[in-house]
Design a protein around this ligand. Structure first.
Ligand SMILES: Nc1ncnc2c1ncn2[C@@H]1O[C@H](COP(=O)(O)OP(=O)(O)OP(=O)(O)O)[C@@H](O)[C@H]1O
Length: 300
């Protein structure tokens, strides 16, 4: 079972929201979709789920279009959370899961399992409007997973969660993946993507600007980050060709350079100045790559 996206495009009047993206995600993989605000992530998710039709290109799950009859195979956590404030958690989940043809005893069993897991068993009979935003999000997440979909789409699942709840959700997502579910998610929090994804696509104004295996991308990315500790001012490194940025720290600096060769030349420059306490060349973080690639659209 594979999610296949081929030359997918979506145009809204004059605006090309998604511009020719192709990707495939194999069963059980976790795939990250990155991009600044307005890059086209949500539009892509809506096309995967079948809420809107592509202008061109195709989306298939297990070689077939995700038509209305097959939507129960997919779990979708939409960006615009859509719960009914006046319903209780139980009523809400029964309502949504009946749409997936789930039987009531199965819904209740799964709901209680998840409420226990999220350490909020007492929420069963609480109204949605009585819950905090973060806790409503847990219920929305449950609505995406209770029917055990083959493909799970999570649009910004971690936004608005405190660190404890964010970790709880992350563990839940990893467990669901272990059970063989294929997961595609978007996040503005690069650390989450680094922790969870093997493969990713980075969109900018609807186009893929970076795509592939995260480890390979990081290894092959020219840019390097050097962590330096020294007892003298490192400001002079600003004028070394190939230095992209210099971020001063208490007893040194983090210097971003274009390539490993530049890192070597930096080492010679500072060694001439005096004793170097630390000089460590690291691969760029996904955050660095995002700023570099998503460019002026990224306001992280
Ligand atoms: N129904 C619509 N009609 C017109 N324009 C739309 C519509 N839906 C999305 N767009 C436009 O398409 C572009 C992509 O939007 P989309 O919501 O897919 O971005 P996104 O990557 O999910 O952004 P964010 O991180 O802010 O959620 C935006 O410029 C948006 O204004």
């Amino acid at each position: 079972m594979t999610l296949e996206i081929n030359h997918l495009k979506k145009r809204f009047d004059e605006h090309q929201a998604v511009d020719d993206i192709s990707l495939s995600v194999n069963k059980g993989d976790m795939f990250g979709m990155l991009g600044a605000n307005g890059a086209g992530k949500t539009t892509t998710f809506r096309m995967i789920f079948g809420l809107i039709d592509p202008t061109a290109g195709s989306v298939t799950w297990d070689k077939d279009r995700l038509s209305y009859k097959r939507t129960h195979l997919v779990g979708y956590l939409p960006e615009e959370r859509g719960l009914f404030p006046k319903l209780t958690v139980k009523e809400q989940l029964i309502y949504l899961m009946r749409l997936n043809n789930m039987k009531k005893p199965d819904i209740l069993r799964e709901m209680r399992h998840w409420l226990d897991r999220f350490q909020v068993p007492e929420y069963e009979n609480k109204k949605i409007e009585e819950l905090s935003k973060g806790n409503q999000q847990k219920i929305q997440f449950m609505a995406a997973v209770i029917h055990k979909p083959e493909l799970l789409i999570l649009d910004e699942p971690f936004s608005g969660l405190d660190p404890v709840n964010s970790d709880m959700l992350k563990e839940a997502v990893l467990d669901i993946q272990k059970q063989g579910t294929t997961i595609v998610f978007s996040s503005h929090q690069m650390r989450n993507v680094e922790e969870l994804c093997e493969d990713l696509i980075m969109l900018k104004r609807g186009k893929a600007v970076l795509q592939g295996n995260l480890k390979t991308i990081k290894r092959s990315y020219g840019m390097k980050s050097i962590s330096i500790r020294a007892d003298y001012d490192l400001d002079f490194l600003h004028s070394v060709p190939g230095v992209l940025s210099l971020d001063k720290r208490k007893d040194g600096a983090i210097v971003k350079v274009e390539s490993e060769d530049i890192a070597e030349s930096i080492f010679h420059h500072i060694a001439k100045k005096g004793f170097v306490r630390k000089f460590e060349v690291e691969e760029p973080s996904l955050h660095d790559i995002f700023i570099d690639k998503a460019g002026e659209d990224a306001h992280e």
